[in-house]
Design a protein. Sequence first.
Lengths: 424, 336
Amino acid sequence: MLYFTAIRYKMPESDSDKGKHQRFFIPEPNARPGDTPDFSQLPISPVGSVARPQTSASPETLRDLPFKLIRTLNEDGIPEGEWQPEITIAVVRKIYEYMRLTRIFDTKMFRVQRQGKTSFFLASRGEEALGVVPSIALRANDMCFPTYRQVGWLLARGYPLVKLINQIFNNSDDPLKGKQLPVLYSARDFGFYSLSGNVGTRFGHAVGWAMAKAYRNSDDIAIGFIGDGTTAEGSFHEALTFASVYKAPVILGITNNQWAISTFTGLATNKDTTFASKALSYGIPGLRVDGNDALAVYSVLEWAADRARHGHGATLIEFFTYRSGAHSTSDDPERYRPKEEALLWPLGDPIERLRQHLLTSKAWSEEKDGQLHKMLDKQITESLKEAERIGVLGESKPDVREMFEGVFKEQDWRAVEQLKELGL
Amino acid sequence: MIMNIVQALNSALDVMLANNSEVLVFGEDVGYFGGVFRVTDKLQKKYGHHRCFDTPISEGGIIATGIGMAAEGLRPVMEIQFADYILPAYDQLVSEAARLRYRSNGDFQAPITVRAPYGGGIFGGQTHSQSPEAIFAHVTGLKTVIPSNPYDAKGLLIASIECDDPIIFLEPKRLYNGPFEGYHDRPLKPWAGETDSNVPEGYYSIPLGKAKVKRAGSEATVLAYGTMVHVALAGILESGVDAELIDLRSIVPLDVDTIEESVKKTGRCLIVHEASKFSGFGAELSALVTERCFYYLSAPTIRLAGWDVPYPHAFEWDYFPSPKRVAKSLKKLLEN
């Protein structure tokens, strides 16, 4: 028996009501703190074993794809199989560089929050490919509707680091003028849609944006992302229905990082299927890809983008990955999953795997790798210093009048009176 | 026993799980993890995962499932992780939970309790700080309960679980671990030492719809609930005005008799809430005071509330009603 969820079910031994409610099924992961994680039952297709169909292929010929796992990089970092992307070494290096940048940024900013310099932070550790690769694989005019774990998109498009940190500090130079929680960025000019703390609600916006592009006869597309846990929200299914009905030129991505704060994937779907397979009931292709294999991620995005640009409609892609850090600065993962689970993840670390690939190519060396790390580290340290000079949270903030700006296009009498009450 | 609000709520759930096998507790991260604010800590371990369990991230699904269970006869107590996230379930609450008994003429009912942390003061930004009580109070058929201290939190939660009507139970998250008077630059205070932090370990309930006079006074009446009870008290002391402070404890059902009696005595009324002002619950309170006490009033009623803007992260303390603003409003109320 194969289980498509990474973590199989087990019955808790401490269940005091055992027997009384035996018909009532409650899923539980098979490893909790103190247990040894077991990924042996996880079906992982051999590298290079999945065939790559034509991008014009009809959905009914693609129905087996959601149950396979598209992988290109083998254990030695050498790509294999039909899904190897056509990509230059320069682009691979760019992807690698921004994935490294993302990790250093996340690590430093997490510490900055712990030092009390901001209220909240959330990192993308283990999922760097899912922010960076789409940013590079898609075009400048395509729009991304991200999750809050995809800062890599912005970094790879050259969003200024200081500006990013100013948002995190909500200081006087915050581009969002203090209105939004740290990390919930918005950057239209960088193809990055406004984030919010509620989840799933922008998945349908990606479909609407794509439909607007189709209406304008443009071949620009949209890409929307949602977490594995959030596929349980109605908004996921609504978006798929519209994408399917209107053949919207959109890529709909599920970042399956195995954990939704403390709950495992068995609470978002049943273990006998995959997230990608949800595409089948909507009549669109569903791909499942190793999210820690940056080349495979690039390749499936190119496939789905080509399909969308040529009028073949939406594709659902499950990016199979692992959230190797905490959900955010507000939780401690050691309270709900084994400490060593991240290290035992059978698909490795996305940055390490791409590094290994680069080192096989002669265009890269340990020496260059070390220099790159130093350069990126310096870049972030300097940006952080500059943002700190402007002020951390509470030391500096935008003009209080900003609080009333943007509620309506033009302020009504309420804002006028309330500003007066504030003495402004 | 000295408890904070988190412990008092946990104790209420513990008592109800022990007393009644039809009580189930569920929501996002409430099972193994014990809830992001620890309100359901250790309950799964104690009662088993059939009694206290995790759910998918689907607020609409959580409430719909709870309504189905409640219609069958169970007593589901559901947690919505933050009140800000309750909106996908609004249709279930408004069109279903609130209407089920009425439209089926008593054939079915939905005795659900929906717990949700609400309110600001924790730098939670737009989606972890809102006070949505007015959008529930407006819906006939829903009850909305808001405690302000550990003793009330436990007694009111038990009463809510036992109530046959659907209940929205809003927990002032800024008060979970200690009272908060709005002085954000002063050290945090624990609940220990506060009069309402002595909580019986066993069963007790506080009837819904009974307000509490938190401070007796003669010059003005201050109406508040949740975190603002503490802010209002601090503001009264700052102002030097001899104001009577009423903690409403539930806004539906509303203890209109206590309000009326107090305002007729004092002749002045100040209403304080965190939610933005326009069409906030203060509008209803102000209308009721005017309708019932018009000839006793010496001054127009004042509503002190959040500004009419979304909850702004960087401007937390510009938005959040402060004791200083309470004092200023009271002085203005006494000018006439």
